[in-house]
Design a protein around this ligand. Structure first.
Ligand SMILES: [Zn+2]
Length: 364
């Protein structure tokens, strides 16, 4: 606050840098349309077998060198655009908290339980585009803070539990509205990690609905192509930045330049690829922060749960076994026609998290 003027200056400088960085520096990447069938196939070929190793990596049970090797094995095991590592099954631990203000969530449901305002970075920098409507800022948390809380296994706030429901791979014209219906009925906000190629004018109403109903918009690359983003399993700075840029442009153009997003999730998970350090640094310079997860319903696992109870159990099991029942939970789920069971399980997952005393927040 005291530095408001300076922050304004920084914001202006940051905006200028972003604009400069948005200029295509090299040949634009070919961004072929991603076919849902490919994505489904990719998703369905995930595996639990890798998840054990990955969980160990994330749990810090392996030393650095071993971890690096395992990471390599994990990323190459699925080949280029093969399955996103169930790596996905891991996580990080966290701790967090803040309580929800029912009044804040009035618009997204009656018995809402969103988490209450974050104290750090609650206010957007002047001129910076938000990834959610300002009236819902009370339960929007900085992505970097949530990620660090998970990694350091510390609570953001003592004695409180906050869950961040996240849905990857949308927008899907059938699935996404169904998820939104459920979230509205349950009075719970979520963060949608979407593909840039889906954030076009035809889906504008869905994006606007997300904003109106208290959710947050996040980015998950333009086309989810492992081959382009991580050739040979190694993160490619130019490719990732290009897909970030095109995705942000799609989102901003579709929403008339009123909203954007600096919340990023690497397809397949950060934990699955080699040499992402330089990519992380490049993203951070643009104010973009990535986040993985520390709980998942395993809807993309090879041997995935086949019942609602199975998904709930899978989620809790991983959280208990690998993440010390962390008070901050970032839940990975998927949005797409293929994930019917996720939609069927969502109410039960939300009820279970409420039983465990979690309130719900969004990532900004
Ligand atoms: Zn994905």
């Amino acid at each position: 606050m005291k530095m408001r003027l300076c922050r304004l200056c920084l914001a202006l400088i940051g905006t200028a840098m972003l604009l400069v960085s948005c200029q295509p520096a090299r040949d634009p990447l070919p961004l072929p349309q991603h076919e849902q069938s490919d994505l489904d196939e990719m998703m369905s070929s995930t595996h639990r077998k890798v998840s054990q190793e990955q969980a160990a990596i994330n749990a810090g049970l392996l030393d650095d060198e071993t971890s690096a090797t395992k990471r390599h094995d994990v990323s190459t095991a699925f080949g280029e655009d093969a399955a996103p590592p169930a790596a996905a099954e891991s996580a990080i631990k966290s701790g967090s908290d803040r309580v929800l203000k029912d009044s804040e969530l009035a618009e997204i449901g009656e018995s809402s339980e969103a988490a209450e305002a974050s104290e750090t970075g609650e206010e957007a920098e002047p001129g910076e585009l938000l990834n959610h409507k300002p009236e819902f800022s009370s339960y929007a948390y900085d992505t970097l803070a949530v990620r660090e809380a998970m990694q350091n296994q510390v609570a953001l706030e003592e004695g409180k539990r906050i869950a961040f429901l996240t849905f990857d791979d949308g927008i899907d014209v059938v699935s996404t509205p169904q998820l939104l219906d459920i979230l509205k009925d349950m009075g719970v906000p979520a963060t949608f990690f979407m593909l840039g190629q889906s954030m076009h004018a035809d889906n504008r109403a869905i994006l606007e609905r997300m904003l109106d109903e208290g959710h947050a918009l996040a980015l998950h690359s333009f086309n989810h192509s492992y081959k382009q983003l991580y050739p040979e399993g190694v993160g490619n700075v130019d490719a990732v930045l290009e897909q970030l840029r095109t995705s942000q442009e799609m989102l901003e153009e579709t929403l008339d330049g009123k909203y954007s997003s600096k919340v990023w999730r690497y397809p397949g998970g950060h934990m699955s690829w080699k040499n992402l350090g330089p990519v992380d640094d490049a993203l951070a310079e643009l104010g973009v922060h990535w986040i993985d997860w520390n709980a998942l319903n395993e809807d993309a696992a090879t041997y995935k749960p086949t019942t609602v109870d199975g998904q709930v159990e899978a989620l809790l099991d991983g959280w208990r076994r690998f993440h010390g029942e962390a008070d901050t939970m970032v839940v990975l789920m998927h949005d797409g026609g293929y994930y019917q069971l996720t939609r069927e399980s969502l109410p039960a997952i939300i009820r279970k998290l409420r039983e465990l005393d979690f309130s719900f927040g969004i990532l900004k």
